[in-house]
Design a protein around this ligand. Structure first.
Ligand SMILES: Cc1cc2nc3c(=O)[nH]c(=O)nc-3n(C[C@H](O)[C@H](O)[C@H](O)COP(=O)(O)O)c2cc1C
Length: 181
C-alpha cells in the first residue's frame, strides 16, 4: 500500500455523483456544482449537502433555509464545470452557463430545467464541519423523468449520470450493471 496524503484522502471516497444545487435570495437564483451530497435518513426523508463556507450559495442557503438538488445528465458536463467554477456573487450564473431556472413546486428557489430529476429541500439542521457546513434538508417534493427513473431506481444504461473522480475528471454511468447472486 502506498501512503495517501491526508488532504487527499477524501478522493478515496470518489467517484461521487455530481448534482446541481440551487438556491435563491431576493428573487436572484443561483446554482452550484456539488459532489459532496448524501442521503441521510429514510423517515423523515433527509439528505445532506456539504457546502464550503466561502461559497456564495453558503450564505444564501443559510439565510433562506432551503435548497433544491437537480440531477444533471452527461450532456450538461460543460455547464457542470461552469457552475463549479463561477460564483453567483459576481452575476447571473444561470445565464452565464446557459441553464434555465424553472419555478419549483414548493420553494422560492428554482430547479434546473435541464436536470433529469429534482429534490426540493427545507433545511432542518446545519452542522459546522471544518471549512464546510453540512446542510441537512428534508425532502418536501421530488420528481424525475419517468423514462430514466422508474420510481425505485435510475435506468443505469439510459440515465448517464455524471460522477466526479477528482479535479476536472469525470466518469459516466452507462457500462451496464449487475446484482450479486
Ligand atoms: C465537480 C465539482 C464538485 C464540487 N463539489 C462541491 C461540493 O461538494 N461542495 C462545495 O461547497 N463546492 C463544491 N464545488 C465547488 C463549487 O461548485 C464552486 O466553488 C462554485 O463556484 C461555488 O459557487 P457559488 O459561489 O456561486 O456558490 C465543486 C466543484 C466542482 C467542479
Amino acid at each position: 500500500m502506498e501512503e495517501v496524503r491526508r488532504d487527499k484522502a477524501y478522493r478515496l471516497l470518489h467517484p461521487r455523483q455530481v448534482v446541481l444545487v440551487t438556491c435563491a435570495e431576493g428573487g436572484r437564483p443561483n446554482v452550484l456544482t456539488v459532489a459532496w451530497s448524501t442521503p441521510l435518513s429514510f423517515d423523515p426523508p433527509l439528505v445532506g449537502i456539504s457546502i464550503g463556507k466561502n461559497r456564495y450559495s453558503h450564505g444564501v442557503i443559510s439565510r433562506t433555509k432551503e435548497f433544491a438538488i437537480s440531477i444533471p445528465p452527461s450532456s450538461l458536463l460543460e455547464k457542470v464545470k461552469g457552475c463549479g467554477t463561477l460564483s453567483g456573487r459576481k452575476g447571473d450564473k444561470f445565464r452565464e452557463v446557459g441553464l434555465t431556472p424553472l419555478p419549483s413546486r414548493r420553494l422560492r428557489a428554482p430547479v434546473v430545467k435541464e436536470g433529469i430529476a429534482h429534490l426540493e429541500c427545507r433545511v432542518v439542521k446545519e452542522v459546522e464541519v471544518g471549512d464546510h457546513t453540512l446542510f441537512v434538508g428534508e425532502v418536501v417534493e421530488a420528481y424525475a423523468d419517468g423514462r430514466l427513473f422508474d420510481g425505485e431506481k435510475f435506468d443505469p444504461e439510459a440515465a448517464e449520470l455524471i460522477y466526479h473522480l477528482g479535479g476536472m475528471d469525470f466518469l459516466f454511468l452507462g457500462k451496464g450493471w449487475r446484482r450479486p447472486g
